[in-house]
Design a binder for this molecule. Structure first.
Ligand code: ADP
Length: 606
């Protein structure tokens, strides 16, 4: 029987991830029973110490170097840079902010400029740069009330938020970045609407229950359990209640959702070029968005590890489905033969060895290990070399190649080593060969090992025969390999087939490029959303083209009409657009873009 998939949690949490995975038949990693690398998914709240030395079956729940949007001060810097480069018309969704103490003089100038409006609207909010859950936050109008003893940001307070029954709220939007190279973004249909638990009142800035919408704060408030007008008891709504509320308002709801979706893309574009390619990573971000009384969305912050604790029934509804869909988005099958074979073969070989050979995990000097490094390091160089050589001869080919290259390359060569296994097209190829002209023209073949989208064609599926990982690396070693080689590069299992919950739309292949599925469960692909953005996100990110396309789409959503320009018809872009359909994120039953606008034409014609 094939091996179950194995998940590994840092500090035994979050419980929700454990429950969802156990329910799907996964096994939890146990360091006493399993070898160091014998897992498929490692889930941590914080960033991983390193991302390079991953084996083909391993995935992480964070991308490297995303602090650029997840730390409050870095987010400010990055959005400011984007605004300076690409204009404030697009990057207008972040309130004016200063990083203190460094920018104190600039803050003072702005503070003085706004002094005449100090009576009501000119409020400021001060937030420690690296704290979360509302800790250390306070509001002030008067400079003398600004007291801080750590690095903080001081931000214009959005003083006229949209209120429901007089209560302030914000939206926690769940965004999954499936890949940064090429940029592939999904936003979940479920959103948490998080309320303050006392009525909004600008005359008492010190009342955190009226001004902050963090659950961690409000659940301790005196009115948490009390019914609060339309809001009801507690402090959370699902998106369906919020949609219902919006329908009673005189607004273009689609336009609001599209502005939020734009905000997500524009924020991710700020760091996308600097995030190293790591196809084995997937990350769930929590975007906190405040909607003001004019229905303009403001980005408050981006969470690196959105809370997955279940505090109320709304959390259960929203977060359970979210994690389940996230696992679907990661494309696992119900079992992993690759990992199993690597370890099975390794165990069999070890049993027959007379000389003691280091266990598989001890071969790699990576930070996940809780091993006793000293005993390994205390061996003489000579015996190390001998046992390494003996060991590598006996390892399953994929792992052996990885080990050998890894050892030869030393600490810095691990990316290269992994490339050797994954093939020259692998996106993990951080310092790899340049793209051939064919690849430049048609895009690299999708060989993203473990992050492979569920976009293989029927023919490919038939060819593969079964859902297992195979390697294209020419195996000049042992014929004992239990790994199945394929002409395709490393193939990773598809999304659970036969799962009833999963709603996967796709696949489509467009001019040689595979398009990620339109939706996976509640996750809607928001980027790329058309052939131009698909092209602009391949190889090197063409931010300008992406921004133009975003503006075009937003204009269409605002007016409800497709931009049928002469050029678009002439260059055949419409044909591609129809084949590459996307959904507008936000509405309950999102329509494909093509139908969305076709309906609008019909509407306009009648
Ligand atoms: P934390 O990481 O501590 O949650 P946030 O930046 O999300 O920090 O702020 C916490 C809460 O404070 C938000 O959920 C929101 O209710 C309120 N808040 C933060 N910034 C602003 C702002 N500029 N205008 C209005 N309210 C804000």
């Amino acid at each position: 029987m094939a091996a179950s998939l194995v998940f590994r949690l840092q500090d035994r949490g979050p419980q929700l991830v454990r429950e969802v995975l156990l329910e799907r038949g996964w096994k939890e990693y146990d360091g006493r029973k399993r070898e160091e690398e014998d897992w498929n998914l490692y889930w941590r709240a914080s960033a991983f110490p390193e991302y390079h030395s991953l084996l083909p079956w391993q995935r992480l729940n964070h991308h490297p170097k995303t602090a650029g949007i997840c730390r409050k001060d870095l987010l400010v810097r990055n959005l400011r840079r984007m605004r300076a480069t690409f204009g404030s018309a697009l990057y207008d969704f972040s309130p004016t902010t200063f990083i203190l103490p460094n920018e104190y003089t600039r803050f003072l100038a702005e503070y003085n400029r706004l002094l005449p409006a100090r009576d009501r609207s000119a409020c400021w909010i001060c937030k420690p740069v690296d704290l979360s859950r509302g800790r250390g936050i306070f509001l002030f109008r008067d400079l003398k009330d600004l007291v801080y003893d750590c690095s903080v940001i001081v931000q214009r307070y959005v003083s006229s938020p949209l209120l429901i029954s007089g209560y302030k709220f914000d939206l926690r939007i769940y965004v999954c970045v499936k890949s940064f190279h090429p940029l592939t973004v999904y936003i979940h249909q479920e959103v948490l609407v998080r309320f303050a638990t006392e009525k909004y009142n600008l005359s008492s800035l010190s009342n955190v229950y009226a001004h902050l919408t963090n659950t961690s704060i409000n659940k301790g408030g005196p009115f948490y359990k009390t019914p609060k007008g339309q809001v009801g008891p507690g402090c959370k709504w699902t998106i369906s209640k919020f949609r219902h509320f919006l329908q009673g308002q005189d607004i273009n709801e689609l336009f609001l959702w599209q502005r939020i979706s734009n905000m997500v893309t524009l924020t991710l574009l700020a760091i996308a070029p600097s995030v190293p390619s790591c196809p084995n990573c997937v990350q769930l971000f929590g975007f906190d968005v405040l909607v003001d009384s004019e229905f303009k969305p403001w980005l408050l912050e981006v969470n690196h590890s959105p809370s997955l604790t279940l505090e109320c029934q709304t959390d259960v509804i929203v977060k359970t489905g979210l994690i389940s869909d996230l696992v679907d988005l990661m494309n696992y099958t119900s079992a992993d033969r690759l990992r199993e074979r690597a370890y099975q073969t390794h165990r069999n070989i070890n049993v027959n060895l007379s000389a003691p050979v280091p266990l598989l995990p001890k071969m790699k000097n990576h930070n996940f290990q809780r091993k006793n490094k000293k005993s390994w390091q205390s061996q003489t160089e000579c015996s190390q070399r001998d046992s390494l050589a003996a060991y590598q001869r006996r390892l399953p080919p994929v792992v052996a190649r990885y080990r050998a290259a890894n050892t030869a390359a030393g600490e810095t060569g691990t990316g290269q080593a992994l490339n050797w296994i994954l093939g020259s097209y692998s996106k993990t190829n951080m310092a790899g060969p340049a793209l051939s002209s064919h690849q430049m023209k048609y895009g690299p073949r999708v060989t993203e090992v473990t992050n492979r989208d569920n976009t293989e064609t029927v023919a490919e599926t038939e060819l593969s025969g079964e859902n297992e990982v195979a390697s294209s690396v020419p195996d000049t070693r042992s014929r004992r390999s239990t790994f199945r080689r394929s002409t395709d590069s490393s193939r990773f299992p598809n999304i659970h087939r036969g799962s009833h919950r999963v709603h996967v739309q796709g696949p489509v292949v467009l001019t040689g490029q595979q398009i990620p599925p339109t939706r996976v469960g509640g996750f809607i692909r928001t980027f790329p959303f058309n052939p131009a953005t698909l092209k602009a996100s391949r190889d090197t990110l063409d931010v300008l083209v992406i921004l133009q396309e975003l503006q075009k789409l937003t204009g269409q959503v605002a007016s409800g009409r497709r931009d049928e320009t002469k050029e678009a018809r002439e260059d055949g872009a419409d044909d591609d657009d129809d084949r590459f359909d996307s959904l507008l994120w936000g509405p309950e039953d999102p329509l494909p873009l093509s139908r969305q606008f076709k309906n609008a034409y019909r509407h306009a014609d009648t």
